[in-house]
Design a protein around this ligand. Sequence first.
Ligand code: AMP
Ligand code: MG
Length: 413
Amino acid sequence: MLTPAEAAKTITSGLRPKPQEVLAIEEALGRVLAVDITSPIDLPNRDNSSMDGYAARSEDVRGKCPVVLQIIEHIPAGTLPTQEVTAGNCARIFTGAPIPEGADCVIRQEDTSDQTTDSVRIDGDRDAGKNIRRRGEDLRKGAVVLETRTPLSPAHIGVLASTAHSDVPVFGAPRIAVMPTGDEVVDLEEKEKILAGTKIGSSNTYTMLSMVREAGGVPIRMGIAKDDPEDVRRRFQSAAESSDLIVTSGGVSVGDHDHLRTVFEELGGEIKFWRIRMKPGKPVAFGVLNDTPWIGLPGNPVSTMVTFELFVRPAIRVMLGYEKPFRATSQFRVGEKISLPSERTQFLRAYVGQTESGPVATTTGPQGSGILNSMSKADALIIVPQGKKEVAAGEMVRGIFLNQPLHIENCPY
Ligand code: AMP
Ligand code: MG
């Protein structure tokens, strides 16, 4: 049986980023750049004022204040100067407006008085030679402004906009076929059966669709496969044809009604592993069918979500082009004694509160893998290494925040 890290490596090492596509920048948030982006212009594109004041010649003011200068024109931001500033003259100017020819400084308006339509008195010379933002100071034309493999944040989108890139090449978003299984579960189109108590609601359909979307993938809903080899075969085939990755829940264990592995192999799929030394989630299968990878998650709703987080989410991120697919782990103190000895690595659902001595993690009640409530209250997974018999109250442990934005290259669990 593989460790969780070996399983994650086996899955992600065979995956590649999707071919690139060009998107409008307003659609590109969260996507990963497929090329270096260079600036076609200097930024700022002209010398401009960093103050509201008067564009002047330093030699007219330095050591000569107070001095009266003639105002030759007004230059608000967004207009171009039309005249050169010559001896004894200045131009009224505002922040961001281009500096006129002849001027080499901007005297802030706080250092002036007695402005009329034609003239202004300069009372101090501390701004001689100052307050000009130079052309190209921020970015030089031709310089690389964003490197390939950058995951695009709102700030990056802003950089693209200010360098006039309306479209951007990014890696494609993988299509993820979502296929829950089980005769006992139905989707909400059949909710009267849930309400009548004859079937149970397929929470996995909706948690998996949401998690695909949250990870940046495009979910494809395959419907629920019956515990019937023929139905599984039909849906598997159709999923393999229409997606970049198939994710299933349930039906991968050793029960009489667990058909996924058998059918997958009959279709010509190659199974790379089907168990991981972890809890929850021992029955996790991974295989490849005609170049389409399949990750078979366990059916218990909590196991489905935990194993999705640990194995499917990184897989989606690799296909999106992320070089760092795994969430970083954190250290936090455990608030209570935990004794759930196991020969497998455990991932316990916990919520983390801030205290004076730092973050403290408390498990979210019963940890049975069918109890979705334990997951919906959780914001972290505590990792208990295999063989560890007990975690004492107050002990420091490693864990994963489920909204951790910091990511790393290699699997840390
Ligand atoms: P399985 O792995 O197919 O044996 O399923 C394990 C447990 O998870 C059973 O109790 C199932 O009823 C439950 N389960 C399986 N699939 C789903 C689903 N889509 N939504 C909610 N619970 C499920
Ligand atoms: Mg089942």
